[in-house]
Design a protein around this ligand. Structure first.
Ligand code: AMP
Ligand code: ZN
Length: 461
């Protein structure tokens, strides 16, 4: 498999440390607000990575952390704590806020058919490991103390900034506006922050340096190396992490262990909305549940994401999602039809299409090509049983649940029959909004309704 490695800014052949096994660490969500579709774009991309590696025969150990300890709103280790801010806004404790949004994140994973990671460690449950790591970095001479915390001295790491091609000179010039005058270099960052003396923080811990809380980056180095080893295979995250978060993770790994913690660093580009990155100011901060309320199937969003390349990102629009939903429904309908046609025959996976598909996904996850191969297969002259077998094989990577055996025909409960009848009526009246709403209601109850020419079929999911 070929992977684009940010470390060398080019694609290279992937070689795991251990034969047949891959360790992956993906920076997880900060659980102080609802994950939006931009966040979930990243996790669908990394789910495809995990599924692809499994498809290619690797055993995959993937870790996605939960950042449940506050990061400061500014990158410069200052500003308000995001979790404490969320807590004040919603009138809940920070612990309740963390739990609430962690649960929301898990629901999002389920909606989008993202496989549960091998491990999902919480930062707050790894404070001891973070302290141990800081002690190592300190013992190796990379730290200094200021009035507000323990800092990493980036001047001690000769390659600091190389990863992100940072222009350190320029950063130094810009440092005249530096807020923290005790910092030796503008790029230095906090490993441990002391609790303020004037306000009581909800989250704080004892440490050898004083009561406080960990800096923004240390949790990822502590948890990735704890679960995957001092050097592991792949580290992923959004491209926004290159300049600061991952640059500092690399510095921490070097400070503690004298080497770069991961061999391959992969970054997803951003979803844009109206040409700008999805953000509070540009809008487009939809959640998967907002889209559901608008009548979209969550897997239609997954379909939309699969149509983009993770390093290109995509422009989101409701129109694009509509087209994705139409294509996804068509595929679902075909799958349904082929199933009925294949009851008496076991299909054979098409070697030709499977090889093409494998080639595409092995080329740095070329999903737009993989989706084109899927449709080429769908339109080919293979017989339906073989198409079904090939689709189910591809679905191990695509993740639409076409291969799940529990999607079998069963006795349909009266309640579902009634909803289906209502929906049929709405369709006859061309009330598409209502028919879509009912389709979702039926789906929420665990049944899928597929429209055929003049009738429809019901299937248990
Ligand atoms: P956060 O919860 O803010 O730490 O973000 C979780 C992940 O989502 C990070 O890896 C971010 O890089 C990624 N992310 C945030 N916004 C977007 C976006 N608009 N498009 C793609 N990825 C994003
Ligand atoms: Zn991280």
């Amino acid at each position: 498999m070929k992977i684009y490695n940010t470390l060398i800014r080019q694609k290279e052949e992937f070689k795991p440390i251990k034969d047949g096994e891959v360790g992956i660490y993906s920076c997880g969500p900060t659980v102080y607000s609802s994950p939006h579709i931009g966040n979930m774009y990243a996790y669908v991309c990394w789910d495809v990575l995990v599924r692809t590696l499994k498809y290619l025969g690797y055993k995959v150990n993937n870790v996605v952390n939960i950042t449940d300890v506050g990061h400061l709103t500014s990158d410069a280790d200052s500003g308000e704590d995001k979790m404490e801010k969320g807590s004040k806004k919603e009138g809940m404790t920070v612990w309740e806020i963390a739990k609430k949004y962690e649960n929301e994140f898990l629901e999002n994973l389920k909606e989008l058919n993202i496989e549960m990671p091998w491990k999902m460690p919480r930062a707050t449950e790894h404070i001891a490991e973070q302290i141990e790591l800081i002690k190592k970095i300190e013992a190796n001479g990379f730290t200094y103390k200021t009035s507000d915390g323990i800092y990493f001295d980036t001047a001690k790491f000769p390659d600091y900034g190389k990863f992100a091609n940072l222009n350190l000179e320029k950063l130094r010039e810009g440092a005249r506006v530096e807020i923290n005058e005790e910092k030796k270099n503008p790029t230095d960052f906090a490993l441990w922050k002391f609790s303020p003396t004037d306000v009581k923080r909800q989250m704080e811990w004892e440490s050898p340096w004083g009561v406080g809380f960990p800096g923004w980056h240390i949790e990822c180095t502590a948890m990735s190396t704890k679960y995957l080893g001092e050097t592991f295979d792949i580290h992923t995250g959004g491209e926004d992490h290159i300049n600061i978060h991952h640059t500092n993770e690399i510095a921490q790994g070097f400070g503690a262990f004298g080497k770069i913690s991961a061999n391959y660093w992969m970054h997803n580009a951003f979803i844009t909305f109206g040409g700008s990155k999805i953000s509070k100011s540009s809008g487009g901060l939809y959640t998967i549940f907002d889209l559901k309320e608008m009548g979209f199937d969550s897997l239609a969003y997954r379909y939309l994401v699969l149509g983009s390349h993770y390093r290109k990102g995509m422009e989101f629009s409701v129109e694009n999602l509509k087209s994705a939903q139409t294509a996804y429904r068509k595929l679902e309908g075909l799958w349904f039809e082929w199933r009925s046609d294949s009851e008496t025959k076991n299909g054979i996976i098409s070697e030709k299409f499977n090889n093409e598909f494998k080639e595409a996904i092995s080329n740095d996850l070329a999903m737009p090509e993989a989706m084109a191969i899927l449709w080429k297969m769908v339109k080919s002259n293979l017989d339906n049983a073989d198409k079904l077998a090939t689709l189910i094989e591809f679905d191990k990577v695509l993740g639409f649940n076409f291969g799940i055996d529990s999607r079998k025909k069963e006795e349909i409960p009266e309640e579902i029959e009634k909803l289906v009848e209502e929906r049929q009526k709405a369709r006859e009246e061309k009330n598409w909004v209502e028919s879509d709403r009912l389709r979702e209601a039926i789906k929420d109850k665990g049944y899928l309704v597929e429209d055929l020419k003049n009738t429809c079929k019901i299937l248990k999911i």
